[in-house]
Design a protein around this ligand. Structure first.
Ligand SMILES: [Mg+2]
Length: 273
């Protein structure tokens, strides 16, 4: 009898432990999906292939532009494409994986350390697209929200991946670069490119790579994306990023503690239709 009581007690304790504590991390699935799934590999490869197939059409049609910021007489400007870097060209999966393994959240010194390693691999299809665009005489600009202080390591990383950068012009346009005072919103950098080039395509993983105001609340973000339905898959090519981005930052106000951010996110999960 005593033995039976002990085994019932054991089951109760173990089951209580199972339901109350699971050693997990909110990025576990999204990191694994990007690192291991055939689905992610296929989406990025096909997106870059479709973008490459669009280049000739966009080159021929002098009225074609992908940039909302393109204005004036742009028909005879030289052609360019604008690509984001992180999770568009550069795969930071190993950095995100470290956060999962260490059970921690993003922090600037860890991010700086990862960028200094300059060892990010390329997303499937990215190098091939860039090589093809350059072979057609198209200038490839990288508009990324890495900080200006990251430029030399970022350039080193790109060149190691077989993405040579021209010496005559700066094509790596980062946040805070002087003398432009470029901000988090990429509109001013897209305008900088559009003033000098006809922008054929934009490729990114975040609404902010394409349009201003991407940090708005989720309903407004969706409305903005829907208003641009004629551009998606035509001159705007969007890659998936379930790990981070303005979609995630739009879910809670700035300045919350980690615990309050998790609480705010749990409150947003829908359990009823
Ligand atoms: Mg990105």
């Amino acid at each position: 009898m005593l033995k039976r009581f002990h085994s019932v007690l054991f089951v109760l304790v173990v089951c209580a432990g199972c339901s109350e504590f699971r050693d997990s991390h909110e990025l576990l699935h999204s990191v694994l999906w990007m690192q291991t799934s055939a689905e992610y590999h296929t989406i990025t490869t096909v997106t870059y292939q479709r973008a490459a197939e669009t280049l000739d059409l966009a080159l021929r049609d002098k009225t074609w532009t992908a940039a909302l910021e393109q204005a004036g007489h742009f028909q005879d400007l030289p052609p360019a494409v604008i690509l984001d870097l992180d999770e568009t060209v550069l795969d930071n999966g190993p950095f995100e994986g470290r956060l999962v393994k260490d059970r921690t959240t993003f922090n600037v010194s860890k991010w700086d350390q990862w960028i200094r390693e300059a060892n990010a691999q390329a997303l499937p299809g990215a190098v091939e697209f860039i090589t093809e665009a350059r072979s057609k005489g198209i200038t490839v600009f990288f508009v990324a929200n890495r900080q200006a202080r990251h430029e030399s390591w970022t350039r080193k990383n790109l060149e190691q991946l077989g993405i040579p950068l021209p010496a005559a012009i700066d094509t790596v346009l980062l946040q805070g670069e002087e003398p432009h005072h470029w901000g988090l919103d990429k509109s001013s950098r897209r305008r900088y490119v559009a003033d000098r080039y006809r922008v054929l395509l934009i490729i990114g993983d975040d609404l902010g790579d394409f349009l201003p105001g991407a940090r708005d609340v989720p309903d407004n973000r969706l409305r903005q994306a829907q208003q641009q339905r004629n551009r998606w898959g035509v001159s705007w090519f969007l890659l998936p990023n379930p790990i981070y981005g303005s979609w995630e930052a739009s879910l809670y106000p700035d300045g919350l503690s980690d615990a309050d951010i998790l609480k705010a996110k749990r409150n947003l999960v829908r359990e009823m239709p």
